[in-house]
Design a protein around this ligand. Sequence first.
Ligand code: CO8
Length: 259
Amino acid sequence: MDYQFLKTAEYGTVCTLTISAPKTLNALNTTILQEMDDFLTHFDCNKYRCLVITGDGEKSFVAGADISEMATLNVAQGNTFGARGAAVFRKLETLHVPVIAAVNGFALGGGCELAMACDIRICSDNARFGQPEVGLGIIPGFSGTVRLARLVGMGMAKQLIYTGKAIKADEALRIGLVNEVVPQSELMNRVMEVANQIAANAPLAVKAAKLCINSEYDMEADEAIIYESGMFGRCFATEDQKNGMAAFLNKGKCEFQGK
Ligand code: CO8
């Protein structure tokens, strides 16, 4: 599929998606959100075992939602724009394969929110994270107030959102907003290494693990434990479980088929 602002590539069972709007540091406009929605709708979770999202260039992952598009919105249009972005990010968060954000520079506003909707964040040493919305007279509208507190805790989320100040990569690592910081020249190599580690595992089991972690977050402990037990049991219906355990017992390596 050809897109105006998205570039896709495949490396075995890993797919990469690059957001490319260089004139605005990859800011998210309506077309990009529509294209991402279309991309995710048609994403083949049987073919790919991991999705990597990054921004074009060496300066910016995504510098937020496109401010020039938002400047003249009224209340109803603001609602629609926010809801559209939030729906796309939720689709990403609930995609049946893990998503890694390769944060290669500015991840501000909607860019930080995009990274937070991914399962794993790995960033380059020049990355900057922040939610500067209140400095523009708005609040995070693509679920930033929801996900930031869940990731870094209520106190730190409030400080970041109320001050609007951006933080550097090492601070993002310290507060748990990113999993790893690497030199920019090594970012994609490291991200692909992690993606390939995920892709080598049993895809149905990885999918079940993602579903468990996402779903159980909002459950009571007892309900969550029962939910996990049910999902655990279902793994034994797969060929991957039989082949994976047989390979271990025979001191071999399993090439998982996702069945
Ligand atoms: N939107 C539109 N254009 C942008 C954006 C953006 N978010 N970010 C950068 N650009 C443009 C600049 O206007 C500039 O364009 P031009 O060359 O035509 O002047 C070009 O990109 C390059 O930017 P700079 O010259 O500013 O580059 P610097 O290196 O000096 O600064 C920064 C880089 C620090 C990233 C700076 O550009 C900046 O502060 N950008 C805005 C960051 C921001 O505030 N992001 C949050 C936006 S709000 C948001 O994301 C809300 C999400 C939820 C929306 C819900 C809606 C209802």
